[in-house]
Design a protein around this ligand. Structure first.
Ligand SMILES: NC(=O)c1ccc[n+]([C@@H]2O[C@H](COP(=O)([O-])OP(=O)(O)OC[C@H]3O[C@@H](n4cnc5c(N)ncnc54)[C@H](O)[C@@H]3O)[C@@H](O)[C@H]2O)c1
Length: 448
């Protein structure tokens, strides 16, 4: 059976999921509550900056349509994914307000249309237990039906990252499906099969297990990042030690694995910090020990402070500092909780003159960082007159610009990911590589 699919919530992820289905040839309807957002999509323009979105939107033609009308979506499709935002509340729990609102609206539409059956797939990140405690009852209440009698529900979390959303939907390593019935889970698995090019490990389970799996995966990754950063910090303190040599070597052990295992900057962005917090909150809610995730969060904070301290040690009072890269990772405009953004703020607070450059982040977002941050339109402009340049991302544009930079006076480049070739830099530049211990003989060139 070829399913027709709708996706409710055409945000950073939902739009990518909808486009992935349309690209695979499935008739796809996208629903969002923001009329201007939908209008932009109807004009064939992606309101979201993310690799592949605009190209796919232009290529899929009529396979994808966008609307604000939930009834249209429920009428014209067989399966509805709900992928609205779930911002964290003060306690760290995810707010399910928008997911519940979408579920209620979808249930109402189902009652109105009166079709025999519909499958709902919840994909937003939720605090474990929310689908069964709040989302399913919301659909039951407004549709007037009971679970598995007229509608079924799956929980299908996304393990994708901003900057590579389309790629990650097509090439997942794991797919986790929580199901209200085996038939519903089978249908969701078949839909994944339509869009994947990889051979993911597909695990089907109870809905609540899938919710716990989602927060556990990200929590574990942050643990791994924090560990690699701790090794990197240690290396800086031990002459001759090099974090890359170590993580490469021990990462070859399958029990560890080399992925997401590189000492460098603290984790940031829209998911990792809040998923760590959420995992901790869930442990506390159930009276279980949450100290592990507490330690990861504290270690990450330490890493932010350490970066600022390192930059300040290189840039004395009156120095001008350029920060190249504000996004929390390459390929995305999102600067939320990023190392670069936090660093720029810390430097301004410490009285340094700061110029930032990010090739994707909107100028207004960069300007909103802190009073006194100067936003440059090119990497070259950011570096002009700087005595210290901090390279927070390994994007080729930034690396090339630093490589070509002729400061005209002694300057220092803080190479957070050890991505620059110290030998090709201008003779007046001292390169400081994070995660490497400087031997006395190197100290002139600081581990170039
Ligand atoms: N951003 C990530 O990297 C990432 C990764 C994995 C999982 N997630 C999870 O995916 C979910 C979505 O995240 P996002 O970053 O795409 O959010 P987003 O804020 O970019 O998008 C949410 C969209 O939902 C729309 N919306 C809100 N209420 C609605 C309603 N009732 N009906 C229809 N549309 C509605 C909003 O207008 C918006 O366009 C979250 O739960 C998030 O935790 C995000």
């Amino acid at each position: 059976m070829t399913e027709r699919v709708s996706v409710v919530g055409l945000g950073k992820l939902g739009l990518g999921l909808a486009l992935s289905f349309a690209k695979a040839g499935l008739r796809t309807v996208g629903v969002d509550v923001r009329p201007e957002h939908v209008a932009e999509l109807q004009r064939g323009r992606s309101p979201i900056v993310e690799p592949g979105y605009q190209e796919t939107l232009s290529a899929v033609g009529a396979s994808f349509t966008a609307t604000t009308d939930m009834e249209d979506a429920i009428r014209e499709t067989d399966v509805t994914f709900i992928l609205t935002g779930t911002p964290s509340d003060a306690s760290g729990r995810f707010s399910s307000r928008d997911v519940e609102a979408a579920a209620r609206e979808a249930g109402r539409a189902l009652r109105q249309i009166g079709k025999a059956h519909h499958l709902f797939v919840i994909s937003s990140t939720l605090t474990p237990g929310t689908t069964e405690r709040r989302v399913i009852p919301a659909i039951e209440e407004t549709s007037g039906r009971r679970l598995n009698r007229g509608f079924a529900v799956c929980y299908d979390p996304d393990f994708v990252a901003l900057g590579s959303v389309m790629h990650d939907f097509a090439n997942p390593e794991v797919v986790v499906i929580g199901e209200s019935s085996p038939e519903a889970g089978q249908r969701v698995a078949a839909l994944h099969a339509r869009i994947v090019q990889s051979r993911p490990a597909m695990s089907r389970m109870s809905i609540v297990s899938a919710e716990v799996a989602k927060v556990s995966l990200n929590a574990f990754i942050t643990l791994k990042i924090a560990f690699a950063n701790t090794v990197g910090n240690l290396c800086e303190a031990i002459p001759g030690a090099d974090v890359d040599q170590i993580t490469r070597a021990i990462g070859a052990d399958r029990r560890i694995s080399p992925h997401y295992f590189k000492g460098g900057l603290p984790f940031g962005g829209t998911c990792f910090p809040r998923d760590t917090h959420a995992f901790r909150a869930v442990c506390e809610e159930h009276g279980e020990d949450s100290s592990l995730m507490g330690a990861v969060a504290a270690s990450n904070e330490w890493q932010h402070a350490r970066l600022a301290a390192t930059a300040l040690s290189l840039a004395g009072p009156g120095a001008r500092v350029a920060v190249l890269g504000l996004a929390f990772k390459g390929g995305t405009p999102v600067i939320e909780a990023s190392a670069g953004a936090r660093l720029a703020q810390a430097l301004v607070q410490a009285g340094r003159a700061v110029t930032v450059y990010d090739r994707l982040a909107p100028i207004e977002t960069q300007q909103a960082l802190a009073d006194g941050v100067h936003v440059a339109r090119t990497a070259e402009e950011a570096m002009a007159g700087a005595s210290v340049v901090v390279v927070t991302l390994t994007e080729p544009e930034y690396l090339k610009a630093v490589d070509a930079w002729r400061p005209g006076a002694p300057a220092t480049v803080l190479d957070c990911w050890r991505a620059l070739d110290g030998r090709t830099l201008d003779g007046l530049i001292t390169r400081v590589a994070m995660g490497r211990g400087v031997k006395p003989a190197d100290s002139g060139a600081m581990a170039a």
